[in-house]
Design a protein around this ligand. Sequence first.
Ligand code: DGL
Length: 278
Amino acid sequence: MMKNNQPSQHQTLSHTLVGDRPIGIFDSGVGGLSVLQHIHQLLPHENLLYVADSGHAPYGCKGGAYIEQRSRIITEYLLAQGAKVIVIACNTATASIIEKFRQQYGIPFIGVEPGIKPALALTKNHKIGVMATTGTLSSERYKELSQRFSDSANIYHQACPGLADQVEAGLTEMPETIVLLKKYLSLLTAEQVDTIVLGCTHYSFLVNPIQAIINHSIKLVDTSRAIAEQLIRVLELESLKKKSEGGSILYFTTGSIHNAEVLMSCLLKKKLIVNALP
Ligand code: DGL
């Protein structure tokens, strides 16, 4: 006879099925692919659904109501596909809606926020620069985050309007992008920061041009991998890890399919098929 504390056959089966359900990931556009890359590397057997809201990007200059409306449409699409957990691979959307969505929807949400804490472990002169969207920097969530660490370092906040748009347009190495980067980076280097936080997932695709501009002693903080590690912890804690082998990735966009296929294939360095978000 089965002991009371052992799972019944039905419970075991339903757990296996929950594990097989996909992980939903979304961003205002292609920036969140930087997070998806690490998730796929660390969890190759999980099924991933990635939604790029490129038809409505950028989020960084839009109001909270608009970001909430877009995030809700995508979240509900991912839930309809059976998502067992959702990664908001966007600092701006995380700052705006994650707490509300955690309360409203019955699954775990993992968000992204500027890596001030890891930057504190790296800085020698206690001067940290944060590059992010206007939306992220003006959010209550970000203000609380930077306030929490304000005794440990001087934190310089740099809004970077236009930068995510350059990545969305596939212009990461183009002269207009370099001009924008030089402008924003010079404002931070003038403060002698020795560590710069990439507080927008799109900026992960600008690491090469950024490194070509800044002094090599300045360290860059990108939390994409830490998000994937956090996802593993949540999946383990909630017993949501997929048990079977062989994962898949499906890509969706709300923008032009052709543009998305060209750009996403270029950013991930492999030929991708992208679907329209129904
Ligand atoms: N990738 C997004 C972020 O991490 C925002 C870019 C945008 O849409 O403005 O904040």
